[in-house]
Design a protein around this ligand. Structure first.
Ligand code: PEP
Ligand code: MG
Length: 543
């Protein structure tokens, strides 16, 4: 038995046959170069074939995982049509008298190195996409064959790394699990594994070879442990763990349609945090009573350009319609700091978390803000939408946001476009400043939602991205709890409800504290809803 340790991406137990996966990159160049004209022609037809493959993949990804999973293929199509990319390959063929495969390789290395050197984390990730499209072209330059992915059905896929595009070509529904020697928890592949509930472990550091083929692999996605050729004792242990987990899930699923209410009758609705309409499946599976935080910036990330009003309108409307009478709180753009997209052209900052982010960007770019507000207001005619503004530190900011909102509503009215005239307007309390003046802010808000992730960061002066500072990032610090309590009291004095949408809302050891403070709603990741509901139902505040 061989034991590997890695980082878990999706927690569950899985077992299956060991199957080594090589992406498009396994297809290496062989043979002598033709004339430059011949090689350019070979490149052009492989590129055309690659575009056709991507168009097919796009279609099937929309069906399998929804629009946000499919966007990647559209981005790849755009990269393959980029003049700089085409020029880089063709110039190398002409200058170097080399095979098209080598020219594609050289161009991919140069372009991806340029991406990797960028400050922006999102752009650095694009280096992998350049290799992905180039490997596709190289494969098509070789045999042009269509691959048979059925060998991976029911297996644990083991690979050096896995591109999201490769993953979507597999019969993913049938994959038992994924183990990568490299990879990252923030990659598109990881996001897809979470969306599709596939147990996955990354960064095991062990190169996989065919030597392990046909052996059994067992994944413990809770601890990040991989067992190759597991002993009988381990298999038994894992079976027991899996049975206990499945039993627990089944038990929790019975609460899906229940109300989150304590034994003595106090209701504390549990909402879901989402980033796209594609997450609605998990929202339903976990019986969310509403959407407490739609992180609208996810519609802007992973894009080459600003999403249009129509694109945003379609996304907000879909969520509003599917949620029906249940509330949907859409948070306006929260870009900046760790959430970057190149086309925003944000300046490099020394302290980005204290810099140009969230509502500051929206107020500095009223056209951008108004486009989002128009989409949001128009969608409000189709369900129970509320809007809320992130990272507020002053009353002036709230008044400016509301003035823009009113201007947009007046514009819509003049254009005879419908919207909910009574749409509620909320403020996120995620800075100590906002908590400390929450009595003043409450006069201008219909509700508060406490973003504890940022509230902890700014109260304790601990960067939430710095893993070395994890021990100092203490959401249960008395200063944080006092700010929460103060916000709830001020909100209630003004007669408005106060929810929590930061990760602290899912901390079951604080559920009773929040109930006693008078918190009116908790919004958490879909998978955290049912354990939280179970906890609420188990409490009796009169005792
Ligand atoms: C928060 O800060 O708690 C929050 C909910 O917003 P985000 O995590 O998206 O910054
Ligand atoms: Mg926040």
């Amino acid at each position: 038995m061989l034991i590997l340790k890695g980082t878990p991406v999706f927690s569950d137990i899985a077992t299956g046959r060991f199957a080594v996966f090589c992406g498009n990159s396994e297809f290496e160049e062989r043979g002598k170069a033709g004339t430059p004209a011949e090689e350019i022609e070979r490149f052009r037809s492989a590129r055309t074939a690659a575009l056709a493959e991507l168009a097919e993949l796009y279609k099937s990804a929309v069906e399998k995982v929804g629009q946000s999973g499919a966007d990647l293929f559209e981005a790849h199509e755009m990269m393959l049509c980029d003049d700089d990319y085409i020029d880089a390959v063709e110039t190398r063929i002409k200058d170097g008298d080399i095979r098209a495969e080598m020219a594609v390789d050289a161009a991919a290395k140069r372009i991806s190195a340029a991406f990797r050197a960028m400050d922006n984390a999102y752009m650095r990730e694009r280096a992998a996409d350049v290799f992905d499209i180039s490997n596709r072209v190289k494969r098509l330059l070789g045999s042009g064959e269509t691959r048979d992915f059925s060998a991976y059905d029911g297996a644990v896929l083991c690979a050096e790394d896995l591109y999201a595009s490769d993953m979507l070509q597999l019969h993913i529904g049938t994959l038992a699990g994924i183990v990568l020697s490299g990879g990252s928890v923030n990659s598109h592949t990881a996001i897809l594994a979470q969306t599709l509930s596939i147990p996955m472990i990354v960064r095991t550091g062990m190169p996989f070879t065919e030597a392990g083929a046909h052996k059994t692999v067992l994944i413990d996605g809770f601890t990040g442990t991989v067992y190759i050729d597991p002993s009988e004792a381990i298999q038994k242990d894992m079976e027991t763990k899996k049975n206990a987990y499945d039993k627990r899930k089944l038990q929790l699923s019975r609460l899906r349609d229940s109300v989150s209410r304590t034994a003595d009758g106090r209701k504390l609705p549990v909402f879901a945090n989402i980033g796209s309409p594609d997450n609605l499946l998990q929202v339903e599976e976990n019986g969310a009573e509403g959407i407490g935080l739609f992180r609208s910036e996810f519609l802007y990330l992973d894009k080459e350009d600003y999403p249009t009003e129509e694109e945003q309108f379609a996304a907000y409307k879909e969520v509003a319609e599917k949620m029906g009478a249940r509330p949907v709180i859409i948070r306006t753009l929260d870009m900046g700091a760790d959430k970057q997209a190149a086309y925003f052209k944000l300046k490099k900052e020394i302290n980005p978390a204290l810099g140009m982010r969230a509502v500051r960007i929206s107020l500095a770019r009223p056209d951008l803000f108004k486009t989002q507000l128009r989409a949001l207001c128009r969608a409000s005619a189709f369900g129970k939408i509320s809007v809320m503004f992130p990272l507020i530190v002053s009353l002036e900011e709230v008044l400016q946001c509301k003035a823009l909102l009113q201007a947009v509503q007046a514009e819509l009215k003049a254009q005879h476009l419908t919207y909910d005239e009574f749409m509620q307007v909320g403020i996120m309390i995620e800075t100590p400043a906002a908590a400390l003046i929450s009595d003043v802010l409450a006069e201008e808000a219909d509700f508060f939602s406490i973003g504890t992730n940022d509230l902890v960061q700014y109260t304790l002066a601990v960067d939430r991205q710095q893993t070395e500072l994890d021990a100092l990032f203490n959401p249960r610090h008395p200063a944080v709890l006092r700010l929460i309590q103060m916000t709830v009291e001020n909100g209630h004095k003004a007669g408005i409800p106060v929810g929590i949408c930061g990760d602290l809302g899912a901390d079951l050891t604080l559920t009773e504290t929040f109930l006693r403070m008078g918190v009116d709603e908790l919004s958490v990741a879909p998978a955290a809803i049912l354990p939280l509901r179970e906890k609420i139902c188990s409490l009796n505040l009169s005792k």
